[in-house]
Design a protein around this ligand. Structure first.
Ligand code: ZN
Length: 444
């Protein structure tokens, strides 16, 4: 009960922080940089994968890969009992700007050549101010330097075709990514200006830019919606809402028996098969390295995963007010009703009875409500991080998320109560440990 009251008091502060984080994180590079800044401020020490590590018992650290994936951790004061992990992802569906992007359009305009990154709802990208952000490789006297750039202005737009020229537009339309979805960047005379803006933002000239990873983003800032402000609308709630809650969790966690680990992977929206994705060796290598530096034996390292627990946190579908028939008859979560535990018989979600029970107890201990999700049996669902990361590191895992609507829209919708609950559950997860006893899991 005490915890519940604390959550309610923190809620407004957490939502304000979340909305600032969403606005300041137009893509994975910025999300990771912003999280690193918050971790540094909270006393976590930065480690580099390429440099030797010195770790202290009781210490707090973080390491990044590719500038777009992050692992932060807190080392127990005593022997490591196991790992308590919460994983989420930093990327969201968007459009990536191709090389040689500026195209002449009908002798009058310049449009940018882009391609889809992930599976977005295309219609939500039309007729609104867009901008571009990401990173560029800049040639300098000292070699090639990677710099983040955010053009941070109302700059681009993908105009719809008028209803008069497509009378069937309201009856369903199939978008062609090479034809329908290219953003207008200016008149033809302004060709070259886009790369000049990018170079300016990077503090260089266009000739010095060797390569780019630039993505579009919706300029609409995060907003409170509803007569009582019950909801939060923003781009990238999937999955920055979970990433932010897990960050608050690890920053607030008390020293515990287990190694507390927060990881945020990139490239979930395109299958996770990159060096910074959930299918990479990043988590396995980092955990192994922590053990080696702390002088643990090979056998101790091999024993640890069985007495460990991972929460794969990726947003979930809430029941939609206009489409209740799309939800499962008995597992239909709603926004502002708590954390969603996801189930799938074909193990697209890793949750099983043993892991589900542990997570329900963690929520109970944190006085956090939870609900359950399963796809309708006649509908295919999405997949997420949990089962993909198993191929590198096999752990007791539960798949969860926060309930939201409009998933993969450029402007999504979630509950204003749920982030604080996930943060409280994360604190509880990181402060506890899970011990294996054969096929049983004991929460301590
Ligand atoms: Zn997601």
């Amino acid at each position: 009960m005490k915890q519940k009251m604390m959550n309610r008091m923190d809620e407004e502060q957490i939502n304000a922080g979340l909305m600032r984080f969403l606005d300041a994180s137009p893509n994975a590079y910025y999300a990771v940089r912003n999280m690193c800044e918050m971790l540094t401020e909270a006393g976590f020490e930065e480690l580099r994968e390429e440099a030797p590590w010195k770790l202290k018992k009781g210490g707090s650290y973080y390491v990044t890969r590719n500038g777009s994936a992050l692992i932060s951790f807190r080392i127990p004061e005593d022997e490591i009992a196991g790992y308590q992990i919460m994983a989420s992802h930093s990327d969201s569906p968007s459009f990536k700007i191709k090389p040689n992007a500026e195209i002449d359009a009908c002798g009058n305009y310049t449009v940018l050549n882009t391609e889809k990154y992930g599976g977005m709802l295309c219609g939500t990208w039309f007729d609104r101010p867009l901008s571009a952000a990401g990173r560029v490789a800049v040639e300098t006297e000292q070699g090639v330097e990677m710099r983040l750039v955010n053009l941070d202005q109302d700059l681009l737009i993908i105009p719809s075709l008028a209803i008069h020229m497509n009378r069937e537009a309201n009856d369903g339309y199939k978008f062609n990514a090479q034809k329908d979805l290219l953003p207008l960047s200016g008149e033809l005379a302004s060709k070259g200006a886009f790369m000049k803006l990018v170079a300016e933002a990077a503090g260089t000239t266009p000739e010095k830019i060797l390569d780019t990873d630039l993505f579009l983003y919706n300029r609409m800032p995060a907003a409170r919606i509803g007569t009582e402000g019950e909801f939060i609308a923003s781009g990238r709630l999937d999955d920055l809402q979970c990433a932010y809650a897990s960050l608050l969790g690890i920053m607030q966690a008390k020293p515990a028996k287990s190694l507390a680990v927060q990881c945020v992977f990139d490239n979930e929206e395109v299958g996770s098969m990159t060096k910074q994705g959930a299918a990479a060796t990043f988590l396995r290598d980092t955990l192994r390295r922590i053990n080696i530096v702390l002088g643990r034996s090979e056998e101790e390292i091999l024993r640890s995963p069985s007495s460990s627990f991972m929460v794969s946190a990726d947003n979930a579908h809430a029941v939609h007010p206009n489409y209740p028939e799309k939800a499962d008859p008995t597992n239909r979560p709603a926004m502002n009703k708590g954390i969603v535990i996801k189930y799938s018989a074909n193990q697209k979600y890793t949750t099983d009875a043993a892991a589900g029970a542990v997570f329900r107890r963690i929520c109970d201990q944190a006085a956090v409500p939870y609900q359950t999700f399963a796809n309708r049996s006649d509908m295919l669902g999405g997949s997420t991080l949990g089962n993909i990361s198993q191929s590198q590191l096999s752990l007791n895992t539960v798949d969860i998320g926060l309930p939201q609507l409009a998933m993969h829209s450029s402007y999504e919708l979630a509950g204003a109560k749920d982030t604080a609950w996930l943060a409280a559950a994360a604190v509880q997860l990181f402060s506890s440990s899970v011990r294996a006893d054969g096929a049983q899991l004991i929460l301590e």
